[in-house]
Design a protein around this ligand. Sequence first.
Ligand SMILES: Nc1ncnc2c1ncn2[C@@H]1O[C@H](COP(=O)(O)OP(=O)(O)O)[C@@H](O)[C@H]1O
Ligand SMILES: [Mg+2]
Length: 201
Amino acid sequence: MRDAAHDEYLHFRFEHLDPNQKPNTLRNWLGSLVEAKKRGARPEVLNLIVPGNIGSGKTAALCALGNEASEQGLVVRFVKHATYLTWRRPDSAPHNLTAHQVRERFVTCDLLVLDELCGEMDMTATEFVRKETIDLIDSRLAAGRATAFSTNLRSRRTPEHPGLGVVDILGERLLSRLEAAAHLVKIQGPDRRKPAKQLDW
Ligand SMILES: Nc1ncnc2c1ncn2[C@@H]1O[C@H](COP(=O)(O)OP(=O)(O)O)[C@@H](O)[C@H]1O
Ligand SMILES: [Mg+2]
């Protein structure tokens, strides 16, 4: 989390979350992951998808999950999707990690928090972006490793929401596989970061 410049989220625990951040659902899912690891088994529900508007508390909720998971003995990694893609480029990762070591880190951990899935992307996403994203998610699914995703996007485009959907990056096949093994935890709420008073200029 420090490498990903998210130190300020290190203190979050379930007890700090509001009811709309659904701490009980997160706690139950974490329980199933810890249980699966003890048994050396694949978790029953591999993925957690957390959609919601900007500032609604998605990152805080998933960091609470990750922090608690780490305290319970899971190997946990946190990274923003866009940051992962940057780190996968040559000579771009922290601690002089090679691109190969970066992939290894994020594919093999017990729980990955992949924040802002498909954030900062549009329909012109490059082949590199699509390939790297599909490789990461597909490899974790194949290995039976849990991933929690947050996103401001919809899954698919609709007439009411014609903007980019996650499906436009992942493709329908992978998105369907991901959804088939996922809990959906929608977080709705006002943007907590909005200043109470906006400057008039
Ligand atoms: N339960 C909470 N109690 C106090 N502050 C919170 C809580 N949840 C989120 N925040 C704060 O509100 C702001 C927005 O939350 P964040 O999780 O970053 O939203 P999102 O990821 O949905 O954009 C952050 O500054 C975060 O620290
Ligand atoms: Mg966030």
